[in-house]
Design a protein around this ligand. Structure first.
Ligand code: FES
Ligand SMILES: [Fe+2]
Length: 385
């Protein structure tokens, strides 16, 4: 029986007139409307996303080359979960950083270590999470040191990225991505190595970043003096997709050479040599690849209108090992930075606009098919119960 204290049903609020403006997302693309602005601004919707998306789906937290050597680690925090990825011998593990004593984060930042020692009272954990040291605990009755460990989060390596899943019943990641895997196979993405990330504190909803990344319609406007020159909006197209991913192909202008002075992946077809290949693994794993560069957007959701973005510009190992390539690598990073500074203007503008009482769902261009795929995927998850 419902009581005054009963929890409200967990679903995004509908407009006051009782209509379901989200239903228009599900129409065929040419008739559909975008995800309603309230999905980008309501704390309740974000709470539902945490429960039904972030706690159930595969989330990428970094590149495996960030933990190349035994003992290498890096920390991350996603939707309130402090995590550390660490190479324990040959194995990559992802552990909670929450101390089993009184909750302090046992480690921060990145580096190389043989154990994690909590700075508060020096409880010490092995790289597999086992508690191996806890001083002054001998009078604590039935203190079972051997039974205490940092929780390990399920993880999977895919194409050089570390993905985690908080749901032990979730399907493995790789089989769901087979078509995407076939599409990226010629690039050998796992061979790319990261450079230190460009870090952006991003005061907008995480989906605005995904939306922005997954359409090149905006080359016409925001990127008129950068990407539009190489990859005109009108030639870009998304593939059909029936999995948790989207693929957006951006052919280069035929009269323009793309690429830098950096070494390129060998054996690519002519088509791939003149293509910017863009993809998303839902909910928010974003990457773009050309023959010589892999650009990866790592998102750490914090609240409904805040996430941390790390942009990793990755190149082939021979590029990183060759000092003569440093200038070319730096100018590639500068270009990526310049493009993102343009995107910041757009994303901030959308977040501000979506907070307005006048904001409404808009119509999709055919160039926004990947967004439509993403929005339908989000709705499916939020309505999955
Ligand atoms: S909170 Fe970590 S040792 Fe006390
Ligand atoms: Fe952009």
């Amino acid at each position: 029986m419902a009581t005054p204290t009963a929890k409200r049903p967990l679903r995004p609020a509908k407009p006051r007139d009782g209509s379901d403006d989200a239903a228009a997302v599900r129409r065929p693309l040419a008739q559909a409307s975008t995800l309603p602005p309230r999905y980008y601004t309501e704390p309740e919707t974000y709470a539902l996303e945490v429960e039904r998306i972030f706690r159930r789906e595969w989330l990428s937290i970094g590149r495996v080359d960030q933990v190349a050597k035994p003992g290498d680690f890096f920390c991350t925090e996603i939707f309130g979960e402090p995590l550390v990825a660490v190479r324990d011998g040959s194995q990559v593990r992802v552990l909670s950083r929450v101390c089993r004593h009184r909750g302090m984060a046992v480690v921060a930042g990145a580096g190389n270590t043989s154990s994690f020692q909590c700075p508060y009272h020096t409880w010490t954990y092995a790289l597999d999470g086992r508690l191996v040291g806890a001083p002054e605990m001998r009078r604590a009755e039935d203190f079972d040191r051997a039974g205490i460990r940092l929780p390990e989060i399920r993880s999977e390596i895919w194409e050089g990225w570390i993905f985690v899943n908080f749901d032990d019943r979730a399907w493995p990641l790789a089989p769901a991505l087979e078509p995407l895997m076939r599409a990226v196979a010629p690039y050998g993405l796992a061979q790319f190595r990261s450079t230190p990330p460009l870090v952006f504190d991003s005061p907008w909803n995480w989906k605005i970043m995904v939306d922005n990344f997954m359409e090149s319609y905006h080359h016409l406007g925001i990127h008129a003096d950068t990407l539009q020159y190489f990859y005109p909006a009108s030639g870009t197209y998304a593939e059909d997709s029936d999995g948790p991913y989207a693929i957006l192909r951006n052919p280069a202008r035929p009269d323009v050479e793309i690429g830098t002075e950096l070494p390129q992946v060998a054996g690519l077809t002519d088509d791939l040599q003149s293509l910017l290949f863009v993809a998303a693994v839902f909910p928010y794993h974003l990457f773009a690849v050309t023959p010589d560069l892999l650009t990866y957007y790592q998102i750490e959701p914090r609240t409904v209108d805040h996430f941390i973005l790390r942009i990793f510009v990755c190149a082939l190992p021979e590029a990183l090992d060759d000092p003569a390539r440093a200038a070319a690598l730096e100018s590639a990073r500068e270009f990526v930075n310049r493009v993102h500074l343009q995107d910041i203007v757009a994303c901030s503008g959308v977040q501000a606009g979506y907070r307005s009482t006048t904001a409404r769902p808009g119509r999709y261009s055919h160039l926004e098919k990947a967004l439509w795929q993403f929005h339908r995927w989000v709705l499916d998850r939020l309505e999955s119960g």
